[in-house]
Write a protein that binds this ligand. Structure first.
Ligand SMILES: *[C@@H]1O[C@H](CO)[C@@H](O)[C@H](O)[C@H]1NC(C)=O
Length: 137
């Protein structure tokens, strides 16, 4: 099975079974941060664990984010054709993360995963991957 197929299946299952808000064609770029999210716009210094995500202002608005909502981030492939590493196919196709931060300075259309979350779907050396999303209850 190709990775695109696997991702599509995950997306369809998610769409059928839990979802209202899906725009299946919308692609975002996910990177990660090594630093813990020690201060967030949503929760201040409260620690929400090691599977969290910060969204650029535009991503936040596009997907109708809210603090504390759970986002399923699905790895879709490399950001550019010359990228040698992207989704880790031996690993999970998606990761569920809690929305903790809105970043006004971040590049439009991006999200920043905690390192543990990023490594669950992609190789660290990839630095950035294309992703899609669904909300999970
Ligand atoms: C890819 O995923 C597998 C399964 O989770 C993991 O054991 C492996 O370390 C990952 N590879 C890299 C280079 O991160």
């Amino acid at each position: 099975m190709k990775k695109g197929d696997a991702a599509l299946i995950v997306l369809m299952v998610a769409a059928c079974c839990f979802l209202s808000h899906v725009k299946a064609d919308e692609i975002f770029i996910a990177g990660f941060t090594n630093k813990p999210f020690s201060r967030t716009s949503c929760f201040g210094e409260e620690n929400k664990g090691n599977k969290v995500v910060g969204l650029s202002g535009s991503t936040w608005d596009d997907i109708g984010a809210e603090c504390g909502k759970k986002l399923r981030v699905i790895c879709m492939g490399p950001v550019s054709p010359d990228q040698t590493k992207d989704c880790n196919l031996s690993s999970s196709t998606y990761v569920d993360v809690i929305v903790v931060n809105r970043c006004e300075d971040c590049e439009d259309g991006t999200m920043k995963l905690s390192k543990d979350a990023f490594e669950e779907i992609a190789y660290e050396e990839a630095h950035r991957v294309k992703v899609q999303y669904v909300w999970v209850p």
